[in-house]
Write a protein that binds this ligand. Structure first.
Ligand SMILES: *[C@@H]1O[C@H](CO)[C@@H](O)[C@H](O)[C@H]1NC(C)=O
Ligand SMILES: *[C@@H]1O[C@H](CO)[C@@H](O)[C@H](O)[C@H]1NC(C)=O
Ligand SMILES: *[C@@H]1O[C@H](CO)[C@@H](O)[C@H](O)[C@H]1NC(C)=O
Ligand SMILES: *[C@@H]1O[C@H](CO)[C@@H](O)[C@H](O)[C@H]1NC(C)=O
Ligand SMILES: *[C@@H]1O[C@H](CO)[C@@H](O)[C@H](O)[C@H]1NC(C)=O
Length: 230
């Protein structure tokens, strides 16, 4: 009796404080795509599973022990009755933030799990434009949390990043060796989009720092040394 009271008191304290485990699991999702969250434990018969969203713990879905007693509180979510996984059909910006799951069973310790959902925009394919004979510009418009990079083959040449606010991101490239294999890559923590440079765009003569120029610069110097030497 006493321990039951304590258990309920502890539970209500936990709930009122919104404490669902110490550390939130960070989950990345792309706007418009589906997202499935797992409870992280094998579902047992008689487990009651509750999914809540937001700082105010608004209930999203619940499973009341028996498999046929699932209840959904938002039309665009579904709950797997076998394992308790929650699926958001089409992630939107309002889904970013905290989502909690709580598993109750009279026979065991209650379990809480917290997710922190980070919603990413769909990642656009970068566009390459020429800004001068020997210089190209790679850009992606109106993006946040994206890094844009130029590669030669698999080696990174340069990069730049957008943080939380939406900006137009662009990165110039100085064409050098026309045998280089250039590509521009936009990536976030979910995926990447690559635009390969058309060989015709890089096949420009006279863009590399010609070794010939270096020799021409050094010639007068060596002439001076020659004069001094003799
Ligand atoms: C639960 O079932 C769903 C739908 O069948 C599946 O996508 C998901 O991977 C399952 N979760 C686990 C933890 O097995
Ligand atoms: C930039 O993207 C945001 C979020 O997708 C959108 O709300 C906004 O209208 C866009 N702005 C422009 C100028 O396209
Ligand atoms: C550029 O790439 C380097 C090496 O991968 C990385 O350490 C750095 O954080 C990146 N910088 C930006 C602005 O993304
Ligand atoms: C670009 O990559 C090619 C092939 O991997 C390599 O031969 C060349 O030296 C690289 N160019 C630069 C400028 O790093
Ligand atoms: C882009 O993603 C593909 C597959 O997801 C991966 O194989 C490739 O290494 C990634 N490229 C870069 C530059 O991150």
């Amino acid at each position: 009796m006493k321990s039951t009271c304590c258990f309920l008191l502890c539970l209500s304290l936990l709930l009122s404080n919104g404490v669902f485990g110490e550390e939130a699991e960070e989950v990345s999702a792309t706007m418009g795509e589906s997202l499935t969250l797992h409870t992280g434990v094998k579902k047992e018969k008689d487990d009651k599973i509750f999914w809540f969203s937001g700082p105010d713990n608004k209930i999203l879905a619940r499973l009341n022990g028996k498999p046929d007693s699932a209840k959904i509180y938002r039309s665009d979510v579904s709950l797997n009755k076998e394992n308790g996984s929650l699926t958001i059909q089409s992630v939107s910006s309002k889904d970013s933030g905290v989502l909690n799951v709580q598993i109750l069973n009279v026979n065991k310790q209650p379990l809480y799990k917290k997710f922190n959902i980070i919603v990413y925009d769909p990642l656009p394919i970068p566009q390459i434009t020429r800004i001068s004979k020997c210089e190209l510009l790679c850009s992606v418009l109106n993006v946040s949390r994206v890094t844009l990079s130029w590669y030669n083959g698999t080696s990174l040449i340069s990069n730049t990043s957008a943080s939380d606010s939406h900006i137009d991101l662009s990165l110039p490239l100085k064409l050098e060796d026309k045998n280089n294999i250039y590509s521009c890559v936009a990536h976030n923590s979910i995926r990447n989009q690559t635009k390969h440079l058309d060989p015709l765009q890089s096949a420009v003569d006279g863009c590399s720092p010609e070794p010939r120029n270096v020799i021409l610069l050094l010639l007068p110097l060596s002439a001076v040394f020659l004069v001094i030497g003799f």
